[in-house]
Design a binder for this molecule. Structure first.
Ligand code: NAD
Length: 260
């Protein structure tokens, strides 16, 4: 019970990595808010964790929408009795060569990944600063926070940007006991990645098996995908780590794909 009596808001928690983190936090004793654009799936995830609604709730939230973030965060604080942990995780992927990227797709990517991180951080920090209880903020970065790949210009840009945001939050939040860190996973088999395999095969004119072997897992030490459990365990560790010895950091969870 490493997170007993904490309240966590996890964005993009109706699927994939966010859902796995919310589940792990709940098992560790936290009350969790499942925030997602897809309110139907968010409801189902929250219900599966606690049908009584006492320790898990769903929040309909587009993280790029200022009003939705403000209203959703306030609802979580009111219903679950505070907010101690934010996981800014919601994200999408659009792959294309840079010369073919539309401005609309570029803006959409930066809005979800960066505006979303800013808006949820601001709402969480305002609350954490007034209570004096401090808190932990985690950003879902990526190995693409550290390195680049072809076809992913806005994703790589946004994921690098999260490092800067986390470091600033670490400095501004320190006086209030707020820590901020980034988790940088390698490829995890979620709907976001499953969608990319055929897309990349088409763009690179290779088979789907080759995309997995020669593009996605090429530089891992064991040829394995990073798992949901790998990422969730890193999130529990960082959320539960009490002191500011670990703040402003980024933890790469990628089966050795990227080392530094
Ligand atoms: P996923 O598609 O399984 O889940 C993403 C969730 O975010 C979905 O439930 C979706 O409805 C929600 N979402 C999308 N836009 C939203 C918005 N505007 N507001 C609120 N919710 C929104 O994807 P995933 O693989 O679990 O990805 C989660 C995060 O992890 C993303 O930030 C992604 O970039 C990052 N990441 C994923 C991988 C990977 O290999 N899967 C690796 C590194 C980082």
């Amino acid at each position: 019970m490493r997170l007993k009596n904490r309240v966590a808001l996890v964005t993009g928690a109706a699927s994939g990595i966010g859902r796995a983190i919310a589940g792990a936090f709940h098992r560790e004793g936290a009350k969790v808010a499942i925030a997602d654009l897809d309110s139907g799936r968010a409801n189902a995830v929250a219900q599966a964790l606690d049908a009584s609604g006492k320790t898990a709730m769903a929040v309909a939230m587009d993280v790029a929408d200022e009003a939705a973030v403000e209203t959703g965060t306030a609802a979580v604080i009111a219903r679950l009795g505070g907010l101690d942990i934010l996981v800014s995780n919601a994200g999408i992927q659009i792959v294309a060569p840079l010369v073919e990227f539309t401005l609309a797709d570029w803006r959409k990517m930066l809005a979800i990944h960066l505006d979303g991180a800013f808006l949820t951080t601001r709402a969480a920090m305002r609350h954490m600063q007034t209570t004096g209880r401090g808190g932990a903020i985690l950003y879902m970065g990526s190995v693409h926070s550290k390195t680049a790949s072809k076809l992913k210009a806005p994703y790589v840009t946004a994921k690098h940007g999260l490092l800067g945001l986390a470091r600033t939050v670490a400095k501004e939040g320190a006086a209030h006991g707020i820590r901020a860190n980034v988790i940088c996973p390698g490829f995890v088999l979620t709907p976001l990645v499953e969608k990319q395999i055929p897309e990349q095969a088409k763009e690179l004119a290779i088979s789907e098996e080759e995309v997995v072997k020669s593009v996605m897992l090429k530089d891992t030490v064991d040829g394995e995908f990073t798992t949901l459990a790998d990422v969730a365990e890193a999130a529990v560790f960082l959320a539960g780590f009490e002191s500011a010895a670990l703040t402003g950091q980024s933890l790469i969870v990628s089966h050795g794909w990227h080392m530094e």
